[in-house]
Design a protein around this ligand. Structure first.
Ligand SMILES: Cc1ncc(COP(=O)(O)O)c(C=O)c1O
Length: 498
């Protein structure tokens, strides 16, 4: 049934009944955000509806104007609201969760043969790393922060209460208890629009995305668009599925949707909250464009939300999936928040894809380990996971701040970017130095760093300015500072040579 249009869209500055609970302990700006996000998503505030001016709304609600301004800015960043040229704020055209026209079910399988492996797989060389004293490795967290005691408590409780039947081969989507807790967490913490029935537990992004590739190949689709730059390791394992990779350029607003639309791809992997490795967030305009692309082309977006829990400079950016749940498969894992070794991840899948993907997953391994899932569910339910996140976020933030200060001190000609979130950043080197030479000289000084060119689909042809990608997650603050000091020497040596 098409959603009935309300008249609110044409009402200027409507009076809105916002149930703010002052005694709840939750900040008013968050409560206001939650209310507006939910109203925009459900259609209670339809696309195009004008919101009151921040002054008017603050008066109506009896809150300071800053509370409203803050909520508006956050939801504009998330793509639920837009600021018009005339200074008013309206509900974005893409904010409403569609209640009709789900994406057409996939065409019946036409070919199960995987195409020949034609994609460039890139070099794995930096993974065969000779460890140095100062290793700015990306994509891994500090595993020494793993909350061992809290995990053991949760595991004990999980094992004590687990019905015997749960120790058999389980539900092919994963433990229901885990999916229930996870659905709650993803909704409240990441703005994902999902239910336990739409979640599939898997061993991480790596497995989930391979399942999707397998499904697409079986339906006769042979291409997958990925961001360029991206993680070379990801390119390697995706190429091994036999799918042809189409690298789509990324600029300071995120993936170039015009280039995506010009390609033959109908499925794309993106990192909207914190592009890997550049660190930019997909801008509100690009979010809208990407969703429009998916709707117009019957496209599918795979959202890799790999490090969004660690956001430092502003409130977390909600998941893209929340804006278009029928067109986005949301993927996350505990690989950054707890440990990659758990191999525990999830996909929030549009309803019509649940069956197909969960069968592919279960045919691969008969299901992910249940005890880990249920333990994680207990961590979520008791708040132990949130406590761990808060602590880890504070520590990573300290390391990040130390890195920025050390760069300013020891490599003053360099510029740091992509630093608002995650566990890595990009350092633009001074013009005139050669990226490869800096990496080599740094290695002589016992420091391992990656060149930004290595993350590009065609590193040899990459003509961008010299830059490095540095992971600071696993390094303690003194090691970060010591490593940057040595890196500064490497840069100076190369500048002198140049
Ligand atoms: C860009 C990106 N996505 C996802 C992941 C996580 O993969 P998984 O969940 O399979 O551990 C990583 C880890 O290296 C990554 O760098």
């Amino acid at each position: 049934m098409p959603r009935k249009k309300t008249r609110i869209a044409s009402v200027l500055a409507p009076v809105l009944l916002v149930p703010l609970q002052r005694a709840s302990g939750r900040a008013l700006r968050h409560q206001l955000c939650d209310y507006l996000r939910a109203s925009a998503r459900s259609g209670a505030l339809p696309a195009g509806a004008a919101l009151p001016s921040s002054r008017q709304f603050a008066d109506d609600l009896g809150v300071s104007r800053g509370v409203v301004v803050n909520a508006y800015e956050q939801l504009i960043a998330e793509g639920y609201l837009i600021a018009t040229a005339r200074g008013s704020v309206r509900v974005a055209p893409t904010a409403t969760m569609p209640t009709k026209e789900p994406m057409a079910p996939p065409a019946s399988a036409t070919s199960t043969a995987h195409t020949a492996h034609t994609a460039r797989t890139g070099s794995m060389a930096p993974y065969v790393r000779i460890p140095t004293g100062h290793d700015f490795i990306t994509a891994v967290p500090d595993t020494s922060l793993f909350p061992r005691s809290a995990w053991l408590v949760a595991q004990r409780e999980a094992f004590r209460t687990l019905p015997d039947a749960e120790l058999s081969y389980g539900d092919r989507q994963g433990s229901l208890l885990a999916r229930e807790e996870l659905a709650g967490y993803l909704t409240r913490a990441r703005g994902v629009a999902t239910r336990p029935e739409q979640l599939i537990i898997c061993s991480g992004f790596a497995q989930g995305v391979r399942c999707i590739c397998e499904a697409r190949l079986a339906q006769g689709h042979s291409t997958l668009a990925i961001e360029d730059p991206t993680h070379p390791y990801e390119r390697v394992f995706l190429a091994h599925t036999g799918i042809r990779l189409l690298p789509i350029p990324v600029d300071e607003e995120g993936i170039r949707v015009d280039a995506l639309a010009a390609s033959e791809a109908r499925i794309v992997v993106v990192t909207p909250a914190h592009q890997f490795p550049l660190g930019v967030a997909l801008s509100p305009a690009r979010r809208a464009e990407l969703i429009a692309w998916a709707r117009d082309h019957n496209g599918l977006i795979i959202e890799d939300d790999y490090d969004a829990e660690f956001r430092y400079d502003r409130a977390p950016i909600g998941a893209l999936q929340g804006l278009a749940p029928d067109h986005v498969i949301y993927m996350g894992s505990v690989s950054k928040t707890l440990a990659p070794a758990l191999r525990l991840g999830w996909m929030a899948v549009p309803p019509h894809l649940v069956d197909e993907l969960s069968w592919i997953k279960v045919f691969q391994d008969y299901g992910s380990p249940v005890l880990e899932q249920v333990t994680f569910a207990h961590m979520l339910a008791t708040g132990a996971f949130d406590r761990h996140l808060r602590k880890a976020r504070r520590l990573y933030r300290e390391r990040r701040d130390a890195l920025m200060q050390a760069v300013a001190r020891f490599i003053p000609q360099a510029r740091v970017r992509g630093i608002a979130a995650g566990l890595h950043c990009v350092i633009d080197l001074p013009a005139g130095v050669n990226e490869a030479e800096v990496i080599d000289r740094a290695r002589e000084l016992d420091v391992s760093v990656y060149g930004l060119s290595w993350f590009h689909a065609h590193p040899d042809a990459y003509a961008g300015p010299p830059a490095l990608v540095l992971g600071y997650g696993p390094l303690r603050t003194p090691a970060v500072v010591a490593g940057i000091r040595l890196l500064g020497k490497a840069v100076r040596d190369c500048l002198l040579r140049a």
